[in-house]
Write a protein that binds this ligand. Structure first.
Ligand code: ZN
Length: 225
């Protein structure tokens, strides 16, 4: 007999946030082997970046293809179950941070947006990375104090201004004197990450690394490639 959880016919989360249903492609939902993220036809659209690990700004993939689809489904399509899977895959790229990081944090959502969405995708990515590195995860260390206009509608200069003072550290004791790995799903201009890095450094972080799943800054990608 099917459990109520499986009866939804899609991957669902149990109380511990673990996968309990058969594996499906994160971009198109076709059946795939366990422990993989994409089907073969979606996987060919994924472009891994030549990021140096560890560095101050790590981005695993170029934004686009199946990665962009999976992120959009997760954030806007009501699929929080995809976040731990994306995080687990992202974490496999974080091994070179081993011994370089004391705590993992993530770019926070404003409480109002968190209430609308029901989950914080960046925090779920960060949790998988912290598990992999066996270091503390501090999901409430940073907070977004202004509900800023959506960054997507702004140009580069306006994004930086929009985010000035938007972030504060709520738990300084988790940050002071620590080497911090700051995680987000997508980097567009880097303004959001910079706002968080400033807040972390001002609070007394010894060092701040950043790592994102996908980079959509074209200029940055052209420099890297
Ligand atoms: Zn697929």
């Amino acid at each position: 007999m099917q459990t109520p959880l499986l009866a939804f016919g899609r991957v669902a989360l149990d109380a511990a946030g673990e996968l309990v249903a058969p594996n499906r492609c994160a971009a198109c939902d076709s059946r795939i082997r366990r422990r993989t993220l994409f089907c073969a036809s979606c996987a060919v659209s994924v472009i891994e970046r030549r990021t140096r690990y560890p560095s101050r700004e790590c981005a695993v993939f170029a934004y686009g293809g199946a990665i962009a689809t999976a992120i959009a489904r997760c954030k806007y399509g009501g699929r929080p179950d995809l976040a731990p899977r994306l995080g687990e895959m992202m974490a496999t790229f974080a091994d070179s941070f081993d011994g370089q990081v004391d705590v993992v944090v993530s770019v926070p959502l404003h409480p109002r947006r968190l209430a609308d969405r029901g989950f914080d995708q960046a925090a779920l990515l960060a949790r998988q990375i912290a598990r992999r590195l066996v270091v503390p995860w501090a999901p409430r260390a940073l907070a977004r104090v202004h509900d800023t206009p959506k960054q997507a509608s702004l140009d580069k200069a306006a994004r930086a201004t929009n985010l000035k003072g938007a972030f504060v550290v709520r738990t300084p004791e988790a940050i002071q004197g620590r080497r911090v790995l700051l995680v987000d799903d997508v980097r567009t201009t880097g303004a959001t990450l910079s706002g968080c890095v400033t807040a972390l450094r001002t609070t007394g972080a010894e060092h701040v690394w950043t790592m994102v799943l996908a980079n959509r800054d074209r200029e940055e990608d052209e420099r890297t490639w």
